[in-house]
Design a protein around this ligand. Structure first.
Ligand SMILES: Cc1ncc(COP(=O)(O)O)c(C=O)c1O
Length: 413
């Protein structure tokens, strides 16, 4: 069945970009955020769309904030622009103890409005108009818009799907030009669920060092790796400090997506520059969220703190949801072929029936099966012909959503 082209238009309002700067007129709100807007007009949808885990922010964080709201009037005021000193110290401790990353809290990190703002500010800081930024394809869609907003040129390097969405190191080398300025890399990866190996990351770092490029690392899912796979962060290599800009988040680890809080680690020289952009756009990260982040870290000692127990339970539950989602996808093999994710909470299956586009499929799943998925082409050219499925939803909702897809997908049998 063909979907009316006019359906596409309803994804976003028709834009009038008269008088709007090109750098903004050319970008768009990502499909990840547009699909839920569309779905809000469809009664009773279930979401396998946006990456929001079903869990609430844990009580040990909420209680600390409630107490501070009652007793500490500083919570309602701007913090120091780079972040509250005690939070920055707690972040530096955690980086050192949990990941072997050394960062001077005074000069080599700052607290941002989520990893998102840190990455956007970084790209705006280092990319000049026309500079090329290499990134894997598929890739988290917001990075593409952030590069365009900085007036850079995204240059896509396809991942190797059949090898579990592996990095194609030669592919990166082949795309280097005199205009290449940076590499953006999300690990563990959204939307594929890939976790890159130490060897892959070091090979990429070698390219960056030899060509004087920045690596902008998005590590929003650094804690969320399955099957006890080793996790390696390039930020743990001191020799890369001049080249590496690593962005982290409290959103996923402590189920704090709405608090908008994260941080960035880089050389003091780069931090100084990025802070100018952070000041121009945000002044400081929300102070109330900095209190929350501080409470989160205080409860996390790498052993048996409330924070540690919360994170362990979260990983265990998401791991079970991953198994469940994969088992349900196995039953849909006439519709989807997938690589099992090794991190984050996404799976990025290829659409099996010939000639079925990802936008068509996502819209039909939305309107006919009432299940939200994200069309893959929003994640770069290699995303075409795929959809992103998040398994962050509660198990009951996951179950019902897959039931609906299975009932609907009978037409392809
Ligand atoms: C890869 C990736 N980076 C960054 C973010 C946003 O992180 P934050 O909430 O810290 O801005 C997301 C959210 O889904 C993400 O998937």
């Amino acid at each position: 069945m063909m979907i009316e082209r006019s359906v596409y238009k309803s994804v976003g309002r028709n834009e009038d970009a008269t008088g709007i700067a090109r750098r903004v007129a050319q970008i768009s709100v990502s499909a990840i955020k547009q699909m839920p807007v569309l779905a809000s007009r469809v009664e009773g949808c279930l979401s396998l769309g946006q990456g929001i885990p079903s869990f609430a922010t844990p009580p040990f964080i909420l209680e600390a904030v409630i107490e501070a709201l009652r007793t500490d009037e500083a919570i309602g005021k701007y913090s120091l622009q780079p972040g509250m000193p005690r939070l920055k110290e707690a972040i530096a401790d955690r980086l050192r103890n949990a990941k072997g990353i050394q960062a001077d809290p005074e000069s080599e990190l700052f607290v941002s409005c989520g990893a998102m703002e840190a990455i956007a500010a970084t790209l705006s800081t280092v990319v000049e108009r026309g500079d090329e930024v290499l990134l894997p394809s598929p890739n988290y869609s917001s990075h593409i818009e952030q590069i365009l907003f900085a007036e850079g040129v995204p240059v896509f390097v396809p991942l190797i799907e059949e090898e579990g969405w592996k990095l194609d190191i030669d592919g990166f080398k082949n795309k280097l030009t005199s205009r290449t300025k940076a590499i953006v890399l999300c690990n563990p990866m959204n939307p594929t669920g890939a976790v890159f190996s130490k060897e892959e990351l070091l090979a990429l770092a070698e390219i960056a060092v030899s060509r004087g490029l920045f690596i902008i690392a998005d590590e929003a899912y650094d804690f969320l790796i399955y099957d006890d796979l080793p996790y390696f962060s390039l930020a743990s290599i001191p020799e890369l400090r001049d080249r590496l800009i690593a962005c982290f988040s409290f959103s996923k680890m402590y189920c704090m997506t709405g608090w908008r809080i994260g941080y960035m680690v880089a050389s003091a020289r780069v931090i100084d520059q990025v802070l100018k952009v952070h000041d121009a756009f945000a002044i400081c990260a929300p102070t109330i969220s900095q209190y929350a982040a501080h409470a989160a870290l205080k409860a996390t000692n790498g052993l048996d703190g409330e924070g540690d127990r919360f994170i362990k339970t979260l990983i265990k539950e998401l791991s079970a949801r991953r198994e469940f989602a994969c088992a349900r996808l196995d039953m849909l093999s006439h519709l989807f072929h997938y690589e099992k994710p090794r991190g984050a909470y996404y799976v990025f299956p290829r659409i099996v029936p010939e000639g079925v586009g990802d936008m068509d499929l996502a819209l039909r799943l939305l309107y006919e099966a009432r299940v939200i998925t994200i069309p893959g082409s929003g994640f770069g050219p290699t995303g075409e012909g795929h959809v992103r499925i998040s398994f962050g939803a509660a198990r009951e909702d996951l179950n019902r959503a897959f039931d609906r897809i299975e009932d609907w997908a009978g037409i392809y049998k």
